[in-house]
Design a protein around this ligand. Sequence first.
Ligand SMILES: [Zn+2]
Length: 82
Amino acid sequence: MLETGETSQTDNSNPEPEGRPCACGCGTIVRRKFAPGHDQRFVSNLAKAVAEGNMDRKTALAAARKLSPALEKKVRSAVNHQ
Ligand SMILES: [Zn+2]
């Protein structure tokens, strides 16, 4: 008999804490869309990506709009500010 010591059962009785990763991409688990102040970070990330040509302006706005219209507004003005 081989004893691998492995329990192959998938025990998901203790899932990750309530919440989800912060939308800015920092990886912090938050209950809302963003960790405190990270909406601003998200906006500047998008603005930077657009400025560097890594992201389409339209794509950036769409990504922001998915989260909230207010955020889209912020991204719009940040992008226009370049
Ligand atoms: Zn964040």
